[in-house]
Design a protein around this ligand. Structure first.
Ligand code: BYC
Length: 328
């Protein structure tokens, strides 16, 4: 049982074979599952985990780029970056709200993030030492996010699917501004070109890791695909991302940091696709388990914001309580 008094908080539904079959039939018929509908405990738990992690990723994802707001090289760049970082905050809010419809509270999710029991995307544990990192994040990280999140607009859980529609539209703007920033750098002087290439070299492999472990190692994919929470496997999405992004790099004169990258006409049922090198899964799990370059700083920053925001939350709750008592 999750926090009481929230929409969708779990009630004791006996999970008979008949109930589970009826639920699966709704999923197979492409019906959306809504907050007050009966649902298997494991379906609810999977969504709370996944939407919660997604929300945390958006909020933690504000930090690496926020680092550059005061140092953006022009007013135009600063406005775009400010808007992007603010959008990520908004995405976090929609997603926390979507998770709350499943009966978990925002406080509970935040405590899990701060204590390390809830994950957030590995990608945000890498540093942003140069301005080109802002371009690389928009182009690659938001590009990977779009590839992963467009199918989530068709997720079987209604509130998550609907939240993803706006998120994807905004991510699309983020991706374009990042690519345009990288393009400008590659059209600049030698130092600027080198800065763009260096950022690509550092962000390429972590971007591929965003899609999660390979299909043979993914614990949740099979069940999430059956429930139509996920529509594609981690490897399928990773392949789509590689195929879409390699030509974009070539167009602006950048080289992918992968000597094994080769065109393979036999891939994707004869439509062709790229073979690429082996991902360093040891690095992926090290980062996921909290030992990346920036994990400690990221959690420290979120804890500081949460602690310093306590008076705002207290004031908002006190105001709401006063309004409710007036209305009663
Ligand atoms: N980092 O069984 P699997 C964004 C965990 S974009 C950390 O395949 P699943 C943004 C996974 O949670 C990023 N952990 O899991 C973009 C599981 O551990 P638990 C966020 C990862 O759920 C731009 C274990 O590994 N996007 O926010 O079927 C700017 C086994 O994995 C990662 C989303 O969250 C990772 N990269 O598939 C700002 C999208 N990958 O939970 C912000 C929604 C895997 O059992 N989420 N793990 O302890 C998803 O699509 C899926 O949850 C994933 C993983 C593809 C990420």
């Amino acid at each position: 049982m999750y926090s009481q008094g929230l929409i969708g908080a779990e009630t004791e539904t006996e999970e008979t074979a008949e109930f589970l079959d009826a639920f699966q039939s709704r999923i197979d018929a492409e019906e959306k599952i809504e907050p007050n509908d009966p649902m298997p405990h494991a379906y609810r738990k999977t969504l709370i985990r996944m939407i919660g992690q997604h929300a945390h990723s958006e909020i933690v994802g504000m930090l690496p780029e926020g680092n550059w707001i005061t140092r953006a090289p022009s007013l135009r760049r600063k406005v775009a970056l400010l808007a992007k970082v603010q959008d990520e905050g908004g995405h976090g809010l929609y997603l926390y709200s979507a998770a709350e419809t499943l009966g978990v509270s925002r406080e509970q999710m935040t405590e899990e993030l701060l204590s390390g029991t809830a994950k957030y995307s590995s990608i945000f544990n890498y540093p942003t030492p140069t301005w080109a990192d802002i371009g690389a994040i928009g182009w690659l990280v938001d590009g990977a996010a779009i590839m992963n999140q467009v199918p989530l607009c068709r997720c079987s859980y209604g509130p998550y699917a609907r939240a993803m529609i706006r998120v994807c539209k905004e991510e699309s703007f983020h991706q374009r501004q990042g690519y345009e920033l990288m393009k400008s750098l590659t059209e600049g002087n030698e130092d600027q070109k080198a800065m763009a290439q260096d950022a690509l070299n550092r962000w390429w492999w972590p971007s591929l890791m965003m899609f999660g472990p390979s299909d043979t190692a993914s614990q949740h994919s099979d069940q999430s695909m059956k429930w139509k929470i996920k529509r594609f496997t981690n490897d399928e999405l990773r392949q789509k991302f590689v195929d879409a992004t390699v030509p974009q790099a070539a167009l602006i004169g950048l080289t992918m940091p992968d000597p094994d990258l080769t065109w393979n006409q036999g891939k994707n049922n004869g439509d062709g696709g790229y073979d690429f090198g082996e991902i360093d899964w040891d690095e992926f799990w090290r980062v996921v388990k909290g030992h990346g370059m920036m994990n400690k700083d990221r959690i420290k920053a979120r804890k500081k914001a949460w602690d310093e925001g306590k008076w705002v939350r207290d004031a908002a709750l006190a105001y709401a309580a006063k309004q409710n008592s007036k209305a009663a």
